[in-house]
Design a protein around this ligand. Structure first.
Ligand SMILES: [Zn+2]
Length: 403
């Protein structure tokens, strides 16, 4: 066997006993885009052209646990966002129910281990964007009741109570209601996900949380300077907090050239919007597409993703790393990491770089299981101390009278 085959064989062996838990997969939205709500038309036991995820490839990738993402456009008004979020949640529940021999919903770390032990894929749910709770802690609690185990505080846009990384800040991080959201998530046992939020929001959430935080799909900012990645200073705080940063794969976050290309393409579209304000969004998209067809897109490599993992290890530490692919959530995956069957290739590359099998088990899934358990134990303690929060955004974020 060659060295590379050796590492791959060792990794496959290791994944027999340790669940690989991926932090972020957008299959529910990819299905919605294609089939709307008629997802019974798709058979995930067969490869679906154009998708990065199906059951045979999940199996080939050694996936033992998957956070399925519930995402809606951040630009939707809150009431519409909530309705659409419940529809996305329904899609996840229906996928899991349609393939009981493959998937089972997991509500706890123990569930993940039991389901993995029975040879199935533990299905967890992450809500990607705080706008979906409609600024209501009651709605947040109902999402928890339906299986949501992390919530990303924002998506691409700043919402009423938290600043995003990719939109002008309005709150200096979190508002008072935003802090209350974090506290209520701690009380429920729902992980606070800080991917997509601004560094000020990361800091404010780290100040407020009693549980370990998660970054469900982010890289290291000192490797690739993209606002979606985590600054070193925050990585240091993650070490103290005990949290986990799950390394993202998308080219634009892991390669400077790919990120710059994306920005250049956006700038062409923005310039066209200014020059011809009468253009429709479809015409503008066409302008972007034609620019892209004339300019070949740089694609990241698997080695660049491994560089991010190295950096996360150097600054945050091996106990604080996981994997958060973002498969089916964006275009242009790195060469060699183009679908869910490729997770072992990344772990094999890390092994080649000197990661021990104990290190690899942590990166693959045991770190994530540790913080899930800690969040569950903090929740038990807080629930014994006090009941659900009855505060509202109107009470917390409105200026006091005569203030
Ligand atoms: Zn995302």
């Amino acid at each position: 066997m060659t060295d590379a085959e050796d590492h791959l064989a060792a990794v496959r062996q290791l994944l027999q006993a340790t669940p690989l838990i991926d932090g972020h997969n957008d299959l529910p939205e990819a299905l919605r885009r294609r089939f709307d709500l008629r997802i019974s038309e798709v058979d995930l036991r067969q490869p679906v052209p154009g998708l990065m995820t199906d059951i045979p490839r999940l199996r080939a990738g050694g996936v033992g646990g998957q956070f399925w993402s519930v995402w809606v456009p951040a630009s939707l008004p809150e009431s519409e966002a909530t309705r659409r979020a419940f529809e996305q949640l329904d899609i996840v529940h229906r996928i899991v129910a349609a393939y009981p021999e493959t998937f089972e919903l997991a509500a706890t770390a123990d569930d993940v281990e039991r389901i993995f032990g029975a040879g199935r894929i533990a299905s967890l749910i992450g809500l990607e964007g705080g706008s979906m709770i409609g600024s209501s802690l009651a709605v947040l609690r109902q999402f928890y009741a339906l299986g949501v185990r992390y919530m990303t505080l924002t998506h691409w846009l700043t919402n009423r109570w938290a600043d995003a990384a990719t939109d002008p800040p309005q709150h200096g991080g979190l508002t008072r209601f935003g802090v209350e959201v974090v506290r209520e998530m701690n009380r429920l046992g729902m992980l606070v996900d800080l991917s997509h939020v601004s560094p000020a929001t990361m800091s404010a959430a780290l100040d407020a949380t009693e549980s370990p935080v998660v970054f469900s799909h982010s890289g290291a900012r000192s490797v690739t300077d993209h606002p979606r990645n985590v600054p070193d200073e925050i990585l240091g705080r993650v070490r103290t907090n005990g949290g986990v940063v799950m390394a993202v794969f998308l080219s634009i976050f892991v390669s400077k050239e790919a990120g710059d290309y994306d920005q250049a393409s956006d700038e062409v579209v923005d310039a066209a919007r200014v020059a011809r304000p009468e253009s429709t969004e479809i015409e503008l998209m066409e302008i972007g597409r034609s620019w892209q067809s004339e300019h070949p897109a740089p694609v990241a490599t698997l080695a660049q993703v491994a560089d991010h993992v190295d950096r996360l290890r150097d600054i945050a530490g091996i106990e604080h790393i996981g994997i958060g692919s973002d498969f089916d959530g964006g275009a242009r995956l790195p060469e060699g990491l183009d679908d869910v069957s490729r997770f072992p290739d990344l772990l094999a590359e890390l092994r080649r770089r000197g990661y021990s099998d104990a290190d690899l088990r942590q990166v693959a899934g045991t770190n994530l299981l540790r913080i899930l358990r800690e969040a569950e134990s903090v929740a038990r303690r807080l629930q014994a101390e006090h009941g659900p929060s009855e505060l509202t955004i109107e009470e917390l974020d409105e200026l006091p009278p005569n203030g």
